[in-house]
Design a protein around this ligand. Structure first.
Ligand SMILES: [Zn+2]
Length: 304
């Protein structure tokens, strides 16, 4: 557990800093940096954590995780102290990941809360800054060949399209589980804001189940992890210095890492979500993969 790395969390929203995640990273005392790079081994894949937004969630912690015990909260606080705001507040970040292969082409996993006017902007703490975060690490929108959406919640598809319906990444195939799209209500903002525009542009690519995507230097494997939503998926990245498991919202708070059986109040199917969480953590331990999380205050974290 890289607890020391999370001991001095800050939210430098306009600062660019890239780091190397090694054993000595703990000494840096840095946490929610806008961009945090896990560098590739020679010729392999590079995984970059990109901060879109940070701030308090509208729900109090106890309301969001009603099953958590005092002991669960104490362990969670040791894992992610920055998540604990005053008056039982929950401070979280909204993070995306870029997987860059040799030559510079990129798979982006999730797209944050989006700009002013996106569906999430009615409740997100601040508008997103993903375009700045991408340019700070030298990624142009045209470099993105694939966008994997772990699920179709507002804080994960925010920059997939612009508010006028134009896909943000003109050359990308947007990959989502068919079960996720099929589960949406016809009148939902997920359909009108992101699914319909991507479909009209011919850029929506629905997949079913586990899918391995070979890439020069390694591979990405899409893993169905249902429960948070019906068609939620996570992404295993192989071919870098360490295997990386991009969790999506299988766990949204350190309390679900400290106590994986603890449900989040907004999970579509808590029992299924719990099974997915336990299975994903087991996979991460087996494969010695680092977890890459969307909402914890440190982007990369050892499974427990
Ligand atoms: Zn989320």
């Amino acid at each position: 557990m890289l607890e020391a790395e999370m001991s001095n969390p800050t939210y430098p929203r306009h600062r660019t800093r890239r780091g190397v995640l090694t054993g000595s990273a703990a000494a840096l005392g840095v946490a929610a940096l806008p961009a945090w790079t896990l560098p590739r081994s020679h010729g392999g894949l590079e995984v970059l954590a990109l901060l879109d937004a940070a701030g308090p969630f509208p729900w109090k912690s106890a309301a969001a995780f009603p099953d958590a015990t005092t002991d669960d909260w104490a362990r969670a606080k040791r894992l992610d102290p920055a998540a604990f705001g005053p008056d039982d507040g929950w401070n979280l970040v909204f993070r995306c990941f870029a997987v860059r292969r040799p030559g510079g082409r990129v798979t982006l996993v999730d797209t944050g809360v989006g700009p002013e006017g996106s569906p999430a902007s009615s409740w997100a703490p601040v508008p997103g800054r993903l375009p700045d975060a991408l340019s700070e690490v030298g990624i142009a929108v045209s470099d993105v060949e694939r966008v994997v959406l772990t699920h179709l919640h507002e804080d994960h598809y925010g920059w997939a399209v612009l508010p006028d319906g134009t896909p943000m990444f003109p050359d990308a195939r947007y990959v989502v589980q068919h079960a996720e799209v099929a589960s949406l209500d016809a009148g939902s903002s997920s359909i009108s804001y992101v699914v319909d525009p991507l479909r009209r542009a011919g850029q929506l690519h629905e997949v079913q189940g586990r899918v391995r995507v070979p890439a020069a230097g390694g591979s990405l494997t899409l893993l169905p992890t249902p429960g948070h939503t019906v068609g939620h998926q996570s992404v295993l990245v192989e071919g870098g210095r360490r295997r990386i498991l991009i969790t999506g919202d299988v766990l949204v708070h350190a309390v679900q890492l400290a106590a994986p059986e603890v449900s989040y109040a907004l999970e579509a199917d808590p029992a299924t979500a719990r099974r997915s969480r336990l299975a994903l953590l087991e996979l991460a331990r087996e494969r010695r993969a680092l977890l890459a999380t969307a909402h914890l205050n440190h982007p990369f974290i050892e499974p427990r």
